[in-house]
Structures are given as structure tokens and as C-alpha cells.
Design a protein. Structure first.
Length: 91
């Protein structure tokens, strides 16, 4: 592996870690309505249709059908990401 390839890999890893560190946690994708962090809990921070951090808020940044960061906008170019543990993260 060339020195340039190694440097590029390190830059990629560091930038990926920095992006993940600055991502906003938006709850767990779960069907459990009793889990306080579940996007299916209508009374929780991440599942309430009134919370600004919820993908279920039709007027919020992550739930609006018009927001570029929404799961409900089929044309969004910057929607939340799902990690390997089922966590949802916005930017």
C-alpha cells in the first residue's frame, strides 16, 4: 500500500469519526412504544409528533415532507442516517 493511500485512509477515518461525533441523535428505530428512546413512543422525545427532535413531527426538521433533512421527504438529499445498532442520526 502506498504512502498516499495510507494517508487518504487515515483522513477518511478521522473525518468519518468527526462526522459521527457531531451527528444529532434522533432516537432508536424501534417498534417498542414503551422504550423512552424509541421513535415509536408517542410520548417520548424521539417519537412525539410535537418534539423538534422527532421524525414524527410533520412540521419539524426531520419529519416534514418538505425538509431536505427529513425521513418523510422522498427527495431529501441529507436525510438522517441509521447506524448498525438501529440508532438514527441527523446532521
Amino acid at each position: 500500500m502506498s504512502k498516499l493511500t495510507k494517508i487518504l485512509m487515515i483522513v477518511y477515518i478521522v473525518s468519518s469519526a468527526a462526522t459521527a461525533a457531531h451527528a444529532e441523535y434522533l432516537g432508536n428505530l424501534s417498534a417498542n412504544p414503551y422504550d423512552s428512546n424509541s421513535t415509536s413512543n408517542p410520548y417520548g422525545r424521539y417519537g412525539s409528533p410535537y418534539s423538534s427532535d422527532s421524525i414524527n413531527n410533520p412540521y419539524g426538521r426531520y419529519g416534514s415532507p418538505y425538509s431536505n433533512e427529513s425521513v418523510n421527504n422522498p427527495y431529501a438529499t441529507n436525510p438522517p442516517r441509521i447506524d448498525s445498532n438501529g440508532g438514527l442520526y441527523g446532521r
